[in-house]
Write a protein that binds this ligand. Structure first.
Ligand code: ADP
Length: 485
């Protein structure tokens, strides 16, 4: 079969712009698909970080104002390690510092509807006959609300097949009705089975309703979002479209996240050379101002600090850490109440708890290598990459049984140790008590060095490779193209 051509539209891409898992996926999946023979292009805004990385990106198309609120823009092209990028150049919308979604005070940029309306509109345009490029994709692959609206134009006006991937259904991009006309969407699309959602224009709902195919980033999450408790209001729609919905577990970039070659680490190590991992723990304790003790496990956290991630459970039991006994190292940022709560905990338990606020990629690697056990008590987790990284780094994760965590972490028990699948610790429920009990269980397991090593090695042997995920996207794309006819 002829390899398909795909436009991967995204609002972030590592290493330049990343706020979470989507950034990593956007860097790895298109590259894996290109290696598998696909004709790939990645579309994203020419943010400041991309302007610096590709200052001479050539203009390949002028895009006129496509709707009353959409300013004219340009498309530039560049290559990232051979992967073609299409950079959407519109300085008034994208040339601003900091987070791609939030201003310096942590509020949504007030013009996000226009910023991502334009990105979605251009993604659709490139899949249509009116495209200014002489390259036309078979599939426009949109990601999360920021590009999901592309499916609405492709559905309404024709063009490439569309796939919308949900990386996190909690963010839906809902705006007032007047935006419909501002973005040039027809009045006929304003229907409950179109772009309208409870009187608002929802980018994500529109995409889920109108895309040729939908995917999400783990099989368990694909089931969960059909349930009211996880669907954030979209469960009935997803149940309606379940024949077109697939869960495909993300892979991880096994070169970037490799403890044997990771330049950020104090000492490289591998599954058969685990002794060196201890030097990373010692270095991390020193870096973070923790006591250099070896008689207790070090729990690690690298995370956005939000309700989703469940770290309020950890805060509720944090003062008990010396009782376990265990140390805690945390890197994260987010909810101000959680940030100040953890800073206060670190002040109460100096030498035992260390907290660094902010986003720090090398430190994230050092925590995944230097901690003994990685804490990720998320309430929901579409896929979760951090638990896969920590499995690869021989740092067994401790999780709730939800989404991609349920698909990747196998609770340690006599049975799963015997069949060599046990690779982490799964909480019985979502209470602080269950977290406490599971941390006790992990602390006890850590005390048995030979058993702990087996748990580490079970995790390090897991294969979360992108070629595997790419093969599943391949079949989804072909289904979408066949459906589109
Ligand atoms: P989500 O996308 O919901 O934030 P994932 O586990 O899928 O969660 O991906 C999180 C990614 O972001 C991982 O690569 C993790 O290492 C990284 N990350 C999260 N917070 C930070 C931080 N404060 N500093 C550095 N990296 C972080």
């Amino acid at each position: 079969m002829k390899p398909l051509s795909i436009l991967f539209a995204t609002s972030e891409m590592a290493p330049w712009v990343k706020t979470g898992g989507l950034g990593d996926v956007a860097a790895a999946l298109p590259a894996a698909l290109k290696r598998a023979g696909y004709d790939m292009r990645v579309l994203l805004p020419w943010y400041p970080a991309l302007r610096s990385a590709f200052p001479r990106a050539k203009v390949v198309a002028e895009i006129p104002a496509l709707a009353p609120a959409l300013p004219p823009a340009r498309l530039r092209s560049a290559k990232a390690d051979g992967l073609p990028l299409l950079l959407l150049d519109c300085p008034s919308l994208y040339d601003r510092p900091g987070n791609p979604y939030l201003d310096a005070n942590g509020y949504d940029w007030p013009d996000n509807a226009i910023r991502f309306g334009l990105l979605s509109r251009v993604a659709a345009l490139l899949g249509q006959t009116a495209s200014p490029l002489d390259w036309r994709p078979d599939v426009v692959h949109a990601n999360d609300w920021q590009t999901a609206l592309a499916a609405a134009w492709l559905h309404d006006q024709g063009g490439a097949a569309s796939v919308v991937t949900v990386h996190n259904i909690a963010f839906q991009g809902c705006f007032g009705e007047p935006l419909r006309a501002d973005l040039g969407l027809p009045e006929s699309a304003w229907r409950f089975d179109g772009i309208e959602y409870h009187g608002l224009l929802s980018f994500l709902k529109a995409g889920l309703q109108l895309a040729t195919r939908i995917s999400t980033v783990s099989p368990t999450y694909a089931r969960e979002i059909q349930d009211e408790a996880f669907g954030y209001g979209l469960a009935p729609l997803l149940r309606h479209r379940r024949e077109h919905l697939r869960g495909i577990l993300n892979g991880i970039d096994a070169d970037l996240w490799n403890p044997a070659t990771d330049a950020a680490l104090a000492a490289p190590y591998a599954a058969n050379k685990l002794a060196a991992k201890r030097r990373n723990k010692a270095a991390l304790q020193k870096e973070m101002g923790l006591e250099p003790v070896t008689d207790r496990p070090l729990f690690g956290v690298v995370s956005r600090l939000t309700e989703q991630k469940g770290h309020d459970l950890l805060l509720a039991i944090g003062d008990g850490l010396p009782e376990l006994p265990a140390q805690l190292v945390m890197l994260g940022s987010g909810d101000p109440a959680l940030e100040s709560g953890f800073l206060a905990l670190a002040e109460r338990l100096p030498g035992q708890v260390a907290v660094r606020l902010g986003f720090d990629e090398p430190l994230a690697h050092r925590i995944k290598a230097g901690a003994d056990c990685f804490l990720m008590p998320s309430r929901f987790e579409p896929c979760g990459l951090s638990q896969m990284y920590s499995l690869r780094y021989g740092t067994p994760p401790l999780v709730q049984a939800t989404g991609g965590l349920a698909d990747t972490v196998v609770d340690v028990s006599a049975t799963t140790l015997a069949d060599k699948t046990g690779n982490g610790f799964v909480m019985a429920d979502g209470s602080p008590h269950a977290l406490w009990q599971t941390m006790q269980r992990a602390t006890a397991a850590w005390g048995d060095k030979r058993q702990w090593q087996r748990i580490q090695q079970n995790g390090m042997r897991c294969d979360f490779s992108w070629p595997h995920a790419a093969a599943e996207y391949d079949s989804l794309y072909h289904e979408a193209v066949a459906d589109r006819g």
